[in-house]
Design a protein around this ligand. Structure first.
Ligand SMILES: [Fe+2]
Length: 370
């Protein structure tokens, strides 16, 4: 058995865990940069809880609340400038993947002044301490060393990766996710599912990441019925999804993502399709391709994944995804050609256990959107 696993984030799960564990924040510094989107951290109560904790500790803060979805390089430079100008000693991200990743970017750039043009080619080793409070159940960014940004120069999303941006603390309180719409909940759950599955199909998968991935897949699959149906997405389901998304984050913290994310980024960049939905649209056809490749290989991962999903075949799984996502967007042949070309050049596509040529990516796009 081989395994090499590292994830230094202290994960705290539970009702009112931010305020209840406020003593942990004290050691991080006198002043925080809080990073969030415009409205959600106010609406879901996470901002009020964090401010209450900081106030009780006698700590001050500056709020940078201008993070858009799929944050741009300009956005994180602006947040980092705020951190420096305001003398912030640590960064607290509140939100889905976008604010959490922006918080990580700001934490790095506050200590490392680099030109925008060399952001993605620089190896960073330092960052301000980071606190992550996820308010969606998908990204897993609260336990990863990665932050993803919209890279207009490359016309896609590009990441920075360094152990320095593992959050010091991740506070998981599912009540912040109660107000999310069913569509957002489905998109984020499927994003987490792709993290777990891509992790199992990574060259760097090991015994520990497989264990985390299998548990994550099983928990999310157990929520499919409620996600699809008209039943209320209550706190019990919310807790399961937040937990499963964090487990999947622990997987990709060590394996990274690969083919599905490389392909999905094009759909998000060019057509503004939500990240989780973009991955979900191509997910089943990608897995069918893996199944074909496994026929002539020692790798037998698909049967394990199907067993965790509690389905008999990838056709059955494809039907579940169709039920969750409804009518798919339509694309021209030229668009799909462009996306396949772009995805084939993505750094992370080589992380998978099988090599995918551009023609195969195009075929997956065509079959998925057909
Ligand atoms: Fe993702």
């Amino acid at each position: 058995m081989n395994s090499n696993y590292f994830m230094p984030t202290r994960v705290i799960i539970g009702d009112d865990c931010v305020f209840g564990n406020r003593a942990l924040l004290k050691e991080l510094g006198k002043r925080a940069l809080i990073v969030s989107g415009k409205n959600s951290a106010r609406a879901n109560g996470s901002l009020a809880d964090l401010v209450r904790a900081l106030d009780a500790n006698g700590q001050s803060y500056f709020l940078y609340d201008a993070v858009m979805s799929n944050p741009t390089v300009d956005c994180i430079y602006e947040a980092a400038e705020a951190a420096k100008r305001e003398g912030c000693e640590f960064v607290a991200g509140l939100g889905g993947g976008s604010p959490l990743d922006a918080a990580k970017g700001a934490a790095v750039l506050a200590l490392n002044p680099v030109e925008k043009s060399s952001l993605f080619s620089t190896s960073f080793t330092t960052a301000l301490p980071i606190v992550a409070v996820p308010t969606t159940a998908g990204t897993g960014s609260e336990v990863t060393p990665t932050a993803v940004f919209t890279n207009h120069a490359a016309k896609t999303k590009t990441s920075i990766k360094t152990p320095a941006i593992f959050p010091r603390y991740a506070f998981l309180d599912a009540k912040y996710t109660l107000g999310l719409s069913r569509a957002i909940t489905i998109n984020t759950a499927v994003d987490a599912l792709t993290h777990a599955v891509e992790g199992m199909l990574s060259q760097t998968a090991g015994a520990l990441t497989d264990t985390l991935a299998k548990e994550s897949i099983a928990v999310i699959a157990g929520c499919f019925g409620v996600l699809r149906g008209g039943r209320e997405l209550d706190i019990g389901i919310r807790q399961k999804l937040l937990y499963a998304a964090m487990l999947a984050g622990m997987v990709i913290a060590n394996t990274g993502t690969n083919v599905v994310h490389s392909m999905g980024y094009s759909l998000t960049y060019h057509r503004n399709i939500d990240h989780g939905r973009a991955n979900g649209l191509i997910f089943a056809e990608f897995l069918k391709r893996i199944e074909q490749k496994e026929e002539n290989s020692d790798s037998k991962r698909i049967p394990v994944i199907l067993s965790c999903l509690k389905v008999k075949s990838l056709d059955e799984f494809s039907g579940i995804l169709d039920g969750l996502f409804g009518k798919k967007e339509s694309f021209t042949a030229a668009e799909l050609e462009q996306y396949a070309e772009q995805a084939s050049g993505a750094r992370s596509i080589a992380n998978g256990i099988f090599r995918f040529e551009k023609e195969e990516l195009l075929d997956i796009f065509k079959k998925s959107m057909g």
